[in-house]
Write a protein that binds this ligand. Structure first.
Ligand code: PMP
Length: 421
């Protein structure tokens, strides 16, 4: 346990006081060698587990061969191989890639491409969206006011539509979809003309905004509207991609094809790498030289991403995420049934959360914070999310076993009991 050093900016908010010394599989060890079940996976990044031997080996080999190739100066083999390999897992018809380093940068890249390709300016996002912290990405982000506070004016031309968050609205899923699509059409009629709208950005599961899956009918409805009006459907799969939801892509649950896919986090097991992918006809509309970067498509990150894909496929991690996700969901549902403070358990695959609600229906942020803290003290690392911080989420590495899920649920049950007694 350690307090953040005073020399670090207070702008950083650390979720737990753990000083991590090393990571192995699903566990983080602190400097006293105390072991924690890491159900945060570095915010959904270390899907292959901490320091998977194959990822370590690939990265070490690459470090001794070529660390930095710089893709606008020289091309390198890991980037070429990764591009070919990603072609086998990308949605049908999506065959061109562009690499940067973080989720936010990839979101910016998608926005630039959408504007250049359509000649239109506006973006539509959804309430609770999280697309990043750089200025344009923050302009697309509405998951919590702290991300926008004091840094404006933000980018103009962003319209915000309701997300079909059934629990929040006290609606059935069907009602929430009908409501949100109606409001989306209203927005097109009142705020962002289809002729000005370049793209709609959506997360298949609202992430930082509270772990709310977008119902398939909602994504289908957006696909229809994008086709009808000629704007692009951009799927931000930064958190949901690479098997996290029990399918390779989050949008696979809806069976739709996006125009642009954004991927990061789980892509390279912790090495900084992100990408946007789009069909050739669309990507060719990017203005040459208008995007790039010093570190994009770093050789070590690309080698780590190739090894990550090997591990995901060889170890059946997408299937494991689906199976273990069901087990974790059942465990969380049991805890919720015993504790009325938890009003909803939801998510997809190994992207699951419990929302804490007070008896008067308001967000029970204190109970959620306490449960999260007690869990950490008892050896289970978790994260909170949602605009009010009253949603506790679990995103373990996709290699998690049934025993580890059961151990986490036991700690969770005890933490919730203590936090709500
Ligand atoms: N999009 C989504 C859906 C995310 O969850 C995140 C990060 N939580 C981002 C974008 C931004 O990614 P980064 O922090 O790497 O910039």
């Amino acid at each position: 346990m350690a307090e953040p050093p005073a020399a670090l900016s207070p702008v950083l908010k650390q979720a737990t006081p753990v000083l991590a010394a090393r990571g192995e599989g699903v566990y983080i060890y602190d400097e006293d060698d105390r072991r924690y079940l890491d159900f945060t996976a570095g915010i959904g990044v270390t899907s292959t587990g901490h320091c998977h031997p194959k990822v370590v080996e690939a990265a070490q080999r690459q470090v001794g061969t070529l660390i930095h190739g710089q893709y606008t100066t020289v091309m390198h083999r890991p980037l070429l191989q990764l591009t070919e390999r990603l072609g086998t897992v990308l949605p049908e018809g999506i065959d061109r890639l562009f690499y940067v380093n973080s989720g936010s940068e990839a979101v910016e890249a998608a926005l630039r491409l959408a504007r250049q390709a359509t000649g239109r300016q506006n973006a539509i996002v959804f309430q609770g969206s999280f697309h990043g912290r750089t200025m344009a990405a923050a302009s697309l982000t509405t998951s919590g006011v702290k991300i926008r506070a004091g840094i404006g004016p933000l980018m103009p031309g962003v319209a915000i539509a309701p997300f079909p968050y059934a629990y929040r609205y006290g609606m059935s899923e069907d009602q929430a979809v009908e409501f949100a699509l109606r409001e989306f059409d209203y927005l097109l009629a009142t705020v962002s003309s289809p002729r000005d709208t370049a793209a709609v950005f959506i997360e298949p599961v609202l992430g930082e905004g509270g772990y709310v899956p977008a119902p398939p009918a909602f994504l289908t409805g957006l696909r229809e509207r994008a086709d009808q009006h000629g704007f692009l459907l951009v799927l931000d799969e930064v958190q949901t991609g690479f098997g996290r939801t029990g399918r390779f892509w989050g949008h696979d649950h809806a069976g739709i094809t996006p125009d642009i896919v954004i991927t990061a986090k789980g892509l390279a097991s912790g090495f900084p790498l992100s990408a946007i992918a789009a069909p050739s006809a669309l990507m060719e509309k990017a203005w040459p030289g208008s995007q790039g970067g010093t570190y994009g498509g770093n050789a070590v990150s690309c080698a780590a991403a190739l090894a990550t894909l090997d591990v995901i496929q060889e170890e059946g991690l997408v299937e494991n995420a689906a199976r273990m996700g069901e087990r974790l969901r059942a465990g969380l549902a049991e805890v919720a049934a015993a504790h009325p403070a938890i009003g909803d358990v939801r998510g997809l695959g190994l992207m699951l959360a419990s929302e804490f609600t007070a008896s008067n229906g308001s967000p029970a942020t204190e109970a959620a914070t306490r449960a999260h803290q007690i869990a950490a003290e008892q050896g289970l690392l978790l994260l909170t999310c949602g605009p009010h911080g009253n949603v506790v989420r679990m995103i373990p590495p996709l290699i998690v076993t049934a025993e580890q899920i059961d151990a986490a649920v036991d700690i969770w049950a005890s933490a919730v009991a203590k936090a709500t007694s």
